[in-house]
Design a protein around this ligand. Structure first.
Ligand code: FES
Length: 110
């Protein structure tokens, strides 16, 4: 598995999300305290960009702006519908202040 450097940590402020294009698709990165969560930036309901939704950094969930599906950003699992399938999860790591993402999902979405 290869890692791709996508941004400096400063470009993803705590409590916010940013999206990046990888060869395998667009990936959203959420910054929660000292942790980074990366997941496919495509809602499994009808494909809206989750990075344009509402990120709750306390619950570590994202709510899709289109029809309100809620996903756990750590597991990718849907918590609230209409989406029923999980989003793909990617590994994210921090290397000397740089955010790096695995170029393939560690867990496929639904
Ligand atoms: S596209 Fe996300 S809830 Fe419908």
């Amino acid at each position: 598995m290869e890692f791709v450097r996508v941004a400096s940590l400063a470009e993803i402020p705590e409590g916010e999300m940013r999206a990046f294009d990888l060869s395998s698709g667009r990936v959203a990165v959420a910054h929660v305290e000292a942790r980074l969560f990366a997941f496919a930036d495509e809602c499994t309901h009808a494909g809206c960009a989750l990075s344009e939704g509402d990120f709750d950094d306390r619950a570590a969930t994202v709510e899709c702006a289109c029809h309100g599906s809620v996903f756990d950003v750590e597991t990718g699992e849907p918590i609230d519908g209409p989406a029923q399938d999980p989003v793909a999860i990617y590994l994210a790591r921090l290397v000397e202040g740089w955010v790096e993402l695995a170029d393939q999902p560690v867990r496929e979405g639904g």
